[in-house]
Ligand binder design. Structure first.
Ligand code: A4P
Ligand code: MG
Length: 184
């Protein structure tokens, strides 16, 4: 059984109810056991900023599903909960991302693990560090708690410098999933 962490986000509809339904369905996946779920935090949208606030959380599962099977299962849960894919990074009733899968590093076209943007996102790291502060990111070689502290430090610096985050300002909109893809 692998130990995997799922990032959870919602900013459309009844966010809390949709997340509760998604978590319940995670626990019902074949060959999968729900281990723990973080509390939910309300966060400002990152990337496309003209959209509603998110509720974000994270869950730990133990699963015999391979990463691609787990991804497909997450997509089915998203679809069943009414997710319609329009704009990338746009509003969604539910987003389920594979953050970590054991210490595997996967760089396939439709699946990148660890999730490429997780080390820069407090809305991912805070729930992850709540449920698994000591889990190690296999590329950064840092624990979730260390990554969260580092990200908070960077944000403090950013606020001091009044760096705005605005639509289209992200470095990774469209195209490649991650700058420097293939390196490392
Ligand atoms: N994909 C590749 N790797 C993975 C992975 N590890 N887990 C592919 C899940 N999916 C993965 O995903 C787009 C493609 O990524 C899929 O085809 C999948 O095969 P998607 O869920 O269809 O679209 P998305 O979620 O809009 O894109 P993406 O790239 O997952 O976006 P992010 O990076 O998750 O950002 N602000 C706040 N405060 N809270 C949020 O939760 N979320 C986003 C979405 C933006 N801003 C946010 C939040
Ligand atoms: Mg996603």
């Amino acid at each position: 059984m692998a130990r995997a962490f799922i990032g959870i986000g919602s900013n459309l509809g009844d966010r809390r109810a949709t997340i509760a339904a998604a978590v319940a369905q995670l626990g019902e996946l074949p060959a999968t056991e729900l281990v723990r779920v973080s509390s939910l935090i309300e966060t400002d949208p990152v990337g496309v900023t003209e959209q509603g606030k998110f509720l974000n959380g994270a869950a730990e599962v133990r699963t015999a599903l391979e990463p691609v099977e787990l991804l497909a299962a997450l997509r089915r849960i998203e679809d069943g909960l009414g997710r319609v894919r329009t704009e990338r990074w746009g509003p969604r009733p539910i987003d389920l991302d594979i953050l970590l899968y054991d210490n595997r590093v996967i760089r396939a076209p439709g699946l990148r693990v660890p999730h490429p943007r997780m080390t820069e996102r407090e809305f991912v790291l805070a729930p992850l560090a709540e449920i698994a502060p000591d889990v190690v990111h296999p590329v950064a070689a840092r624990t979730a708690a260390e990554l969260l502290a580092a990200q908070r430090g960077r944000q403090e610096g950013g606020r001091a410098g009044r760096t705005p985050v605005h639509r289209g300002g992200g470095a990774h909109r469209g195209g490649e999933d991650e700058p420097g893809a293939g390196a490392g």
